[in-house]
Write a protein that binds this ligand. Structure first.
Ligand SMILES: [Zn+2]
Ligand SMILES: [Zn+2]
Ligand SMILES: [Zn+2]
Length: 168
């Protein structure tokens, strides 16, 4: 499988270098692309059909997420590859994938239900470790206090102190 993939990659690279379609090496690719016009037309048609049928544009047999053009597997894949690009190890990415796949919709920091599309995959950038799935608000608070537990705790105390004096 691996070897087959690699030889296909090398072959495709040659086609790209020679400006040929990677599916139809007897046909020239459209300038700046790796496919011929026929392939591009087919891709466009498949894309439009998927969007119309509310299917994932990468997996035409899987429903897209509500209001999105991709399925949940694609969304998770996107988040994981982002973490990978940020320098997280394979093991940390695996933890993040499991957390995303089993996520119950509740912010793992403040325990409030997260509105659709607002979940944030949080990680410790210095240690390159996945932390959890949190809401937009928690992500801002954590970021704006330079990830300082002491400052966040002090802010909670500050709020509580004023709430107590108000009700008294
Ligand atoms: Zn082609
Ligand atoms: Zn998909
Ligand atoms: Zn939260």
């Amino acid at each position: 499988m691996r070897i087959h993939d690699r030889s296909r990659k090398i072959r495709n690279r040659r086609y790209v270098r020679e400006g040929l379609c990677i599916n139809h090496p007897n046909t020239k690719a459209v300038f700046g692309r790796i496919h011929c016009q026929l392939c591009l037309n087919g891709m466009k048609k498949r894309y439009e059909k998927a969007v119309q049928g509310r299917m994932c544009t990468h997996h035409p047999h899987t429903k897209a997420e509500k209001g999105k053009q991709l399925c949940s597997a694609c969304r998770i894949y996107g988040r994981i590859s982002r973490l990978k690009n940020l320098g997280l190890s394979k093991e940390e990415c695996r933890k993040a994938r499991i957390a995303l796949e089993t996520f119950d919709g509740v912010c793992q920091s403040c325990k409030v239900e997260i509105p659709r599309g607002e979940q944030h995959t949080d990680h410790d950038d210095k240690k390159k470790k996945f932390r959890g799935i949190i809401c937009y608000g928690c992500n801002l608070s954590i970021g704006n206090t330079q990830e300082s537990p002491a400052r966040l705790r002090a802010a909670a105390n500050y709020l509580e102190k004023h709430q107590l004096t108000e009700s008294a």
